[in-house]
Design a binder for this molecule. Structure first.
Ligand code: DC
Length: 220
């Protein structure tokens, strides 16, 4: 049986940074499930689909064939055979992913792909519903969180360090909107699994969080 770690938590809690570092240390494959929803969202944006039209999104999502590969240990997302990694982190794509991810048909395909990846390999998988829905039997479950103030501040610093202009209040409002949508949708809302360990990173450095998650996830 493969060894699976589930990491869930709100947008901007640092899940991918932490999961990547822990994966390297514990020799696990890192599976970023948000990137899969982002790939479907990218498909819809490229096709000009009205994202508020749930029926149309549900109809069209079967044409977005998302597959995952690994190059030098880095996850590569293919959308209908094209490597789309370079497009997935745009704000617009994240926003669109948040709009389409509540749709059952979209989730059904993604969850199937995620379960099959986890069955095949020892992995650390991050997302919103991993501990509750995708991998309820995961050997370790972590719920990584931080206050919206701290998450907004981190994002603001990330953008300004890149020389991009940013508005802290707007970033915070966007984060809170996305939290609300992710936590209140009908299917697979973001919530802490009963058997998950909560790690609140608000007052921790990245190194402290990595060390603490490694300790929680090592197999001994
Ligand atoms: O983690 P992220 O920002 O890349 O995720 C993008 C969107 O996808 C986010 O708004 C919620 C959704 N998502 C989801 O519904 N279920 C997951 N397992 C992962 C992400």
């Amino acid at each position: 049986m493969s060894y699976n770690v589930a990491i869930d938590g709100p947008a901007g809690a640092g899940k991918s940074t932490i999961a990547k570092a822990v994966a390297r240390e514990l020799n696990l494959i890192y599976v970023d499930t948000g990137a899969m929803y982002r790939a479907v969202a990218l498909y819809m944006l490229r096709e000009g689909v009205d994202l508020t039209d749930r029926e149309q999104v549900a109809d069209r999502c079967i044409r977005a064939d998302v597959t995952i590969g690994y190059e030098d240990g880095v996850q590569v997302v293919f959308l209908n055979g094209e490597n789309v990694n370079a497009f997935l982190r745009a704000e617009e794509v994240g926003e669109a992913a948040s709009m389409i991810s509540p749709i059952p048909q979209v989730r059904k395909n993604m969850v199937k792909l995620q379960k099959s990846l986890a069955a095949k390999s020892d992995c650390i998988m991050d997302g919103r519903d991993i501990g509750t829905c995708v991998l309820p039997g995961a050997q370790r479950k972590i719920y990584l969180t931080a206050s919206s103030d701290v998450r907004a501040r981190r994002r603001y610093e990330e953008l300004t360090a890149k020389g991009e202009s940013a508005d802290l209040q707007k970033i915070k409002a966007d984060i809170e909107d996305r939290d609300y949508r992710d936590m209140h949708r009908e299917i697979s809302p973001l919530k802490q699994a009963d058997d998950a360990v909560v790690v609140d990173t608000s007052d921790m450095t990245v190194e402290e969080v990595i060390a603490s998650v490694i300790k929680l996830c090592s197999r001994e």
